[in-house]
Structure formats: C-alpha cells, structure tokens
Design a binder for this molecule. Structure first.
Ligand code: SAM
Ligand code: DTB
Ligand code: SF4
Length: 338
C-alpha cells in the first residue's frame, strides 16, 4: 500500500495523545507488546572512513577523538557474540566503517563472522556501507538475517549532512539487499537540525520502500565532539515520540528500533516510546563508538513495565494477535477469542 506525503503529514500533525493511542493499538494488533528485542552492536572495524557524514565519529573528514581499529579477527568477534548471547541478546549487529564493501580477504572474513553468529542461533546483522547485488548474495549464503543501511534523513536535507554518497546510492544498496532476500534494517537520525517536514519526508520514503524494512532504527543524534553537528540543539523529546508513533502506524509489521541517543533520554520517555510501538533496543554499554545505557538499566526498565526480552527468529506471522485476544485485531488482554 502506497502512502502519500499528505497522508503522512496529516498523521504526523495529529494531537500527540491520539497519535500515541492509535500507534499503541496498531502495535498490539501486530506484535506481542510485552516483548522487547534485545540486540548488541559491535564495531568490527573502527574509524578511517572516507565518507563525510556530518554526524559520524568515524569519518576522516571529522575531528572526533577516536581509537581506530583494523578489522577484528573472527574469533574475537565470535567471542563477543557469545557474551552478548549469554547476556540475553538475540540479535548481533556488526558495523564496519567502510564506505562500501570491497571483495577480498576482509569481506571473506566478514562472511565467516556472519556464519559464526548465525550458527550460534542468533540473528545476524551487518552494516558495511554500500553493497552490490553479488555481495549481498554472498552474505545471504553465509546466513545473514538483516543488512543495516539507513536513509538517515529526508532527500531534501540529506545534502546538508553528507556529500560523498547520494541518496540514490543508498536506495540502490537497499534494492540489492532486497534482491538477495535479506531483510533490510533501514531508518534514520532525528535531531540533526532538520525540519518537521524533513522528518515527515523521511518517514514517507521509509514506509514506501518495497518491501517495507523489517527493522526501522530510530537514532537520536549523539552530538560527537569534533563533528560538524556537535553543537546542534537537542530535539524536543515529543518530536521523537511523534516520529516513533508515525513509524509504527505506517510500518505495522516492522520492528521499530530505538538506536543511538538513549543514554540521554529519560526512562519515562523511553516507556512512552515503547507504548507507542518501539519494540527493539540495543543493549550493552557501547553502541559502535558512543555510550549506551548499561544492561542493568534496560532490564530494570523492562521489569518495571512488565515487559520481557523476545526470543530469536520468532515467527512474526505466528505471533499476530488477531484471534488470540478477545477483540478482532487484538487489544492485548491475552484472553481467548470470543
Ligand atoms: N559505514 C556504514 C554506513 O554508514 O553505511 C555503517 C556504520 S554507520 C555508523 C551506521 C549508522 O549509524 C548511520 O547510518 C547513522 O544512521 C548512525 N549513526 C552514526 N553516528 C551517529 C550519531 N553520532 N548519532 C546518531 N546516529 C548515528
Ligand atoms: C543504526 O541505525 N544505529 C546503530 C546501528 N544502526 C549500526 C549505530 C548507532 C551508532 C551511534 C554512533 C556510534 O556509536 O558511533
Ligand atoms: Fe560513518 Fe558510515 Fe558515514 Fe563512514 S559511511 S562516515 S562509518 S556513517
């Protein structure tokens, strides 16, 4: 189903309480709202990236303080994946500061990492920059579940943040990922100084991707010192909630993933985001290069809200609530259908 920009704009401008209420209803009709997917991120190659993304600590064009690291050894990565699994994560995402994948020994090693993580019974995800169709196929053969490649912002605002890679380049990579039968993890960053209309445009592009992304990461800008965006004023938290609610309504089946920026967001705001349909988080004290809430904080929050971590490879179609609850479409009561 195609959504027009007018439709997305109208949704975005609804009274927040109505928007959140409707998003929660859509969420409960399509997912188990008690569940939170716990994911862990690992930077497998850090820094020295030739793209000029204005927010990024890893770009050679920026002056962020950073410990660079060449591609990690497979054993080291699998050891980290094992630890993440023991800590309760069911999805392991590996990020490399590469502008694009180049075939050769480094890529062969990443394929080994993907295979190792998948063999462990965890969902594997990588983010390696631009990707050809053939490379996507090789990752699929290695057992890759998802490829993370974000649109980051609206097409209109994009040129203010990145000049070395075009919006179309990103869409082409997403198409290559889809052709290989890999799920796309595709979202953006809020709080980079974009307008409301830019957020609407980003959501409009995301929801009209075909197929819709399996996972939609909503990053809040982490203003890294030494990057051009270090002094951008923080975004009002209700704009973040609004975008999450709109994403949930427009992409009912997707996992809406709270990504960067959670460390600065109150537990109450995160709880409202969960209510509005966010159902995946990154756990562990580090994202790629920036900090994240500690594991204890996340588990305590889930516990306080009566929520629980989700199992890996859970079949979404089997968990649909329609018929499993007293109301058609589901109200979340867990009673038998009448
Ligand atoms: N190099 C690969 C690429 O960009 O395609 C993968 C790694 S990159 C770090 C993954 C995503 O992290 C970016 O697309 C961006 O959305 C997000 N990200 C990076 N730095 C961030 C920051 N400071 N604040 C919020 N999100 C950020
Ligand atoms: C995504 O959208 N967010 C994650 C994941 N995909 C790879 C990365 C967030 C990175 C935040 C900045 C950092 O830690 O360097
Ligand atoms: Fe950072 Fe990825 Fe951009 Fe490179 S391509 S500068 S790693 S966000």
């Amino acid at each position: 189903m195609t959504h027009t920009i007018e439709e997305v704009r109208a949704l975005y401008h609804r009274p927040l309480m109505d928007l959140v209420y409707d998003a929660a209803t859509v969420h409960r009709a399509n997912h188990d709202h008690y569940e939170m997917q716990m994911c862990t991120l690992l930077s497998i190659k850090t820094g020295g990236c030739t793209e000029d993304c204005g927010y990024c600590s890893q770009s050679v064009h920026n002056e962020a303080e950073l410990e660079k690291e060449i591609l990690l050894k497979t054993e080291k990565v699998l050891e980290e994946a094992r630890k993440a699994k023991e800590a309760g994560s069911t999805r392991f995402c590996m990020g490399a500061a590469w502008p694009r994948v180049l075939e050769g020994r480094a890529f062969d090693r990443v394929c080994d990492m993907v295979k190792g993580v998948s063999d462990m019974g965890m969902e594997s995800c990588v983010t390696l920059g631009m990707l050809t169709e053939n490379q996507a196929r090789r990752l699929k053969e290695a057992g890759l579940k998802a490829y993370n490649h974000n649109l980051d912002t609206s097409e209109e605002f994009y040129g203010k943040i990145i000049t070395t890679r075009s919006y179309q380049d990103r869409l082409d990579t997403l198409e290559n990922v889809a052709k290989a039968g890999i799920s796309a993890c595709c979202g953006g960053i809020l709080g980079m100084g974009e307008s409301e209309e830019d957020r609407i445009s980003l959501l409009h592009t995301l929801c009209n991707l075909n197929p819709q992304p399996e996972s939609v990461p909503i990053n809040m800008l982490v203003p890294v010192k030494g990057t051009p965006l270090e002094n951008v004023p923080p975004l009002d938290i209700f704009e973040w909630i609004r975008a999450i609610a709109v994403a949930r309504i427009l992409m009912p089946k997707s996992m809406v993933r709270l990504s960067a920026g959670r460390l600065e967001i109150s537990k109450e705001a995160q709880a409202l985001a969960f209510f509005a349909g966010a159902n995946a988080i990154f756990t562990g004290e580090k994202l790629l290069t920036t900090s994240n809430p500690e594991k204890d904080f996340d588990y305590a929050l889930l516990d306080a809200l009566g929520m629980k971590p989700r199992a890996p490879f859970k079949d979404d179609s089997a968990e649909r609530k329609s018929g499993g609850c007293c109301k058609p479409g589901g109200c979340g009561c867990q009673k038998e259908a009448a």
